[in-house]
Design a protein around this ligand. Structure first.
Ligand code: XMP
Length: 516
């Protein structure tokens, strides 16, 4: 398989670069700049991309790399910091620019370049830099400029070294896709063999080989990743797969039944549903502190889940997880980052380790090389319902983080029923796919109302809806008033015990997406 290395120097668009390469049907992997050159050499990459980064190359504390990487005979494309790094490695001059550039900037192509083939002489690119290349290194030709950046692109065609100060991976760069295509196909000589169909047949074959006649156990949450992993493993080994689905009673309305129906009717596997809503409520009795709730739900889930798995695993079995590529990068297992040292804002319980007293033949992470949209594509090919494949993220602690105050069966019903109304109205109005996430929240507030001739004093439900690219920041969604009106009307009419609906207009930050 053709592979491109994205060498990570800490820029914010690193995953996006890998995504764009994969969109062009070439497998890309991200490795930290601390990776050994020997390891890189032995992987046989068709090309290497240096990412951006927040630093100045002339600062000794900045991420650097041995310049021998430029002598591997593998084409290299430097982007932003990566561009300056290439210049610096080869003895060019990098300085603080008299004028920093940020945002959409006009680019002028000044020379012939295979990298810029098919791109008009003048086009818009996305810039974000304070340093610039004041003088390109020997052997390099400058082939593009902007008003404030004399070296916006440079090349050494004899050695297949290319660098651009702007970001071709972001959509604001009008011909970014073309540029990457030029690099990948014309300069690196890739043919584009990374497609989901072949991923599927290759992984089914590899999984069968690895698993042999053994049993596989998978924890199924009903979310996209574990569902696609379940479908893939079912295709590979059928009834050798046991999926354990713990329904803690904090799922959306009818969701547990839907998950059960999907996997028992459409797929060949052993499906185990553990219903433990009652036990969870018992544990949560009287608990109002949000972190304490998360902790209890997490711990209880972990206990129930592993008790069940220990009871099911016969002999040496494999344990499978729906880990995807970004999870590996975020946990530091695939690249830089890892979030070490960053403050815990909320406890995300669903990233817990296998207990020490469970012995498996090995861990299977069949989606470990895929991005979310690739996981979805595989899910569709495997025949999972669209409703499941395109599902919004749902927090591990479920509705527990959408109920302010003590969690009770009645409050769960308020949230489930109001949420079902919201979902229904959004779908009916074709607005469902517009937003990253939307749901309702039991606010814990009560309000006075009037129903017929009676005064009421009942519960307040909030609608929360956000737009976001990465959930690190989010904006509250501008849902059309007509939809909000219909939702409010129906909730107050159909959900007994609720007499008021409010709309949460808080961005993240300062708010978080969930209320708890
Ligand atoms: P916050 O509330 O942190 O949410 O702004 C950001 C995204 O993360 C989801 N979320 C969770 N997901 N386990 C999860 O798997 C959790 O404990 C958890 N808490 C929040 C939230 O739904 C949103 O998509």
């Amino acid at each position: 398989m053709e592979k491109i290395l994205v060498l990570d120097f800490g820029g914010q668009y690193n995953q996006l670069i890998a995504r764009r390469v994969r969109d062009a049907h070439i497998y890309a992997e991200i490795l930290p700049y601390t990776t050994d050159l020997a390891k890189i050499r032995e992987q046989g990459y068709k090309g290497i991309i240096f990412t951006g980064g927040p630093n100045s190359v002339y600062d000794p504390a900045s991420p650097h790399y041995t310049q021998n990487i430029l002598d591997l005979g593998v084409p290299v494309l430097g982007i932003c910091y990566g561009c300056q790094l290439m210049a610096w490695m080869r003895g060019g001059r990098v300085e603080t620019a008299p004028v920093s550039e940020y945002g959409k900037i006009d680019l002028h192509i000044t020379g012939e370049s295979p990298l810029l083939a098919g791109i008009p002489a003048n086009s818009v690119v996305w810039m974000s830099h304070t340093d610039y290349i004041a003088e390109a290194p020997e052997g390099f030709t400058v082939v593009a400029e902007t008003a404030n950046c004399p070296c916006a692109a440079m090349q050494n065609t004899a050695e297949s070294l290319y660098a651009v100060q702007f970001h071709p991976e972001v959509t604001h760069t009008a011909f970014g896709r073309q540029l990457l295509h030029n690099f990948l196909y014309n300069i690196c000589g890739c043919k584009g063999d990374w497609v989901m169909d072949s991923f599927l047949s290759d992984s089914v074959r590899a999984l069968r080989e690895q698993i042999g006649g053994k049993q596989v156990i998978l924890g199924l949450s009903g979310g996209v990743d574990s569902s696609v992993a379940a479908a893939l493993l079912s295709r590979a080994v059928g009834k050798q797969l046991t999926c354990v689905f713990v329904d803690q009673g904090l799922m959306r309305k009818d969701e547990g039944d839907f998950v059960e129906r999907t996997f028992t009717k459409l797929f060949d596997m052993q499906f185990v549903r553990v219903n433990c809503g009652g036990a969870f409520l018992e544990k949560l009795k009287g608990v109002t502190d949000p972190e304490e709730k998360r902790r209890i739900i997490g711990a209880e889930f972990y206990r129930v889940f592993w008790d069940e798995i220990k009871a099911r695993a016969k002999g040496d079995a494999y344990f499978a997880q729906g880990t995807i590529y970004p999870d590996r990068i975020e946990s530091g297992r695939g690249a830089t980052g890892g979030g070490a040292g960053s403050a815990v804002i909320k406890t995300h319980h669903n990233q817990s380790a296998v207990p020490a007293d469970v012995d498996f033949s090995g861990i299977l992470e069949p989606l470990g090389d895929l991005f979310k949209d690739e996981v979805r594509a595989v899910g569709e090919i495997l025949g999972l319902p669209r409703e499941l494949v395109w599902r919004q993220p749902f927090p591990g602690p479920g509705l527990g983080v959408r109920i302010v105050g003590e969690i009770t069966a009645e409050k769960i019903r308020f949230v489930q029923d109001s949420d079902a109304v919201l979902r229904d109205e959004m779908a009916k109005n074709g607005y469902e796919k517009e937003l990253a996430q939307f749901f309702t929240v039991f606010t814990g507030a009560k309000a006075v109302g009037v129903m017929g001739d009676h005064r009421t004093y009942e519960n307040v439900i909030a609608i929360r809806a956000v737009t976001t690219d990465d959930f690190m920041t989010a904006d509250w969604a501008r849902i059309p008033y007509d939809i909000l009106a219909a939702v409010s009307n129906r909730i107050t009419n159909e959900v007994e015990g609720v007499n008021r609906v409010v709309y949460d207009i808080t961005s993240k930050p300062p708010g978080t997406v969930e209320w708890l």
